[in-house]
Design a protein around this ligand. Structure first.
Ligand SMILES: NC(=O)c1ccc[n+]([C@@H]2O[C@H](COP(=O)([O-])OP(=O)(O)OC[C@H]3O[C@@H](n4cnc5c(N)ncnc54)[C@H](O)[C@@H]3O)[C@@H](O)[C@H]2O)c1
Length: 299
């Protein structure tokens, strides 16, 4: 398979590119930041992206390129709508022109907003509570319109909170932020009371599912949650990190809840399990040791 991955220099992108290559795929890596071998293309620049796709003619496009900070999206919504919604429409148009057979769009659990019923399934209502979630949902709508209008086949994945090696602690991922703070002996910051729940999925499990989805062509034109199926609250999460780090108790600094943060998250992954014969293999309680080791090596 020949695959083009946008956002390939990012956290999830790098893991996905590696996994695709391991499965024997030829990968065209694209990112606005030309690091790790990625070709520099801005996905909102239709002419450049189209020229690249026409030249390379990938069978599948994995569209990951996006701005990903929900709090930042509250401060600068247009940046998010432009990059994430327009960027997805531009990527779809380039894929259509190049006769791509499958467009795999990495959406987000953020499209659901604050759930009214748990667990969240793919049938749950979508109601984003921040511009980031809305921009990802607009991308989904564009994907579906390209399918209905032009017959471009798609898969949409809505991952919960992804963690793993290589995640940037500055603007994403509470696990990355906790690991960095605890490793440096600093008090971690908790926004809100810390009783809000989240589902954390290992990036290796996400990359594995996406790689399977790119090759198993019987399942198309559907939407899937991607989650561990396990819900933990932020205080429990901090306990897991501090006990694994064996650095004693660090009293967190509590700051006000951020606008656009949701309260509860519990996410069914049943659909993806059944469709792709996939299940999450990595457990946070074990992977946390790898993350702490990686963080120590980074310093
Ligand atoms: N990390 C998570 O917890 C999480 C959860 C759910 C969904 N997602 C989705 O997964 C995808 C990847 O997220 P990530 O965590 O790897 O983020 P990341 O910020 O590490 O990677 C995103 C990459 O996209 C690139 N990019 C941004 N705008 C671009 C543009 N206009 N043109 C080309 N490249 C551009 C960035 O340079 C970056 O390398 C995103 O679509 C995000 O919405 C992430």
């Amino acid at each position: 398979m020949k695959a083009l991955v946008t956002g390939a220099a990012g956290f999830v992108g790098r893991h996905l590119v590696r996994r695709l290559k391991e499965t024997g795929a030829e990968v065209i890596a694209v990112d606005i930041r030309p690091v790790g071998g990625a070709i520099r293309v801005d996905v909102t620049d239709g002419r450049s992206l189209s020229a690249l796709m026409m030249k390379e003619r990938p069978e599948a496009v994995f569209h990951l390129a996006a701005h990903i900070s929900a709090p930042e999206s509250v401060v600068d919504p247009i940046k998010y709508f432009h990059n994430n919604a327009i960027g997805t429409a531009v990527a779809l148009e380039a894929a259509r022109q190049a006769d791509v057979s499958l467009f795999i769009y990495i959406s987000s659990l953020a499209v659901y907003g604050e759930p009214t019923v748990l667990p969240i399934t793919e049938a749950s209502p979508v109601a984003p509570v921040n511009p980031y979630g809305a921009s990802k949902l607009m991308g989904e709508e564009a994907v579906k319109v390209y399918n209905a209008t032009y017959g471009l086949h798609y898969l949409i994945f809505r991952p919960s909170n992804i963690y793993g090696i290589g995640q940037n602690p500055e603007y994403a991922g509470v696990i990355a932020a906790f690991v960095k703070a605890v490793s440096e002996g600093r008090r971690p910051i908790i926004y809100g009371d810390g009783l809000q729940t989240r589902d954390f999925i290992d990036v290796k499990d996400v990359a594995e599912l996406l790689a399977i989805a790119g090759t198993k062509r019987k399942v198309i034109d559907q939407t899937f949650n991607v989650s561990s199926g396990i819900s933990v609250n932020i205080r429990e999460l901090l306990g897991t990190v501090t006990s694994a780090a064996k650095k004693g108790q660090l009293i967190p600094i509590y700051k006000p809840k951020r606008p656009g943060d949701i309260r509860r998250s519990e996410v069914s992954n049943q659909r993806a399990r059944e469709a792709f014969n996939w299940s999450p293999r990595y457990r946070l309680s074990e992977e946390i040791h790898e993350l702490l080791k990686w963080q120590a090596d980074e310093r």
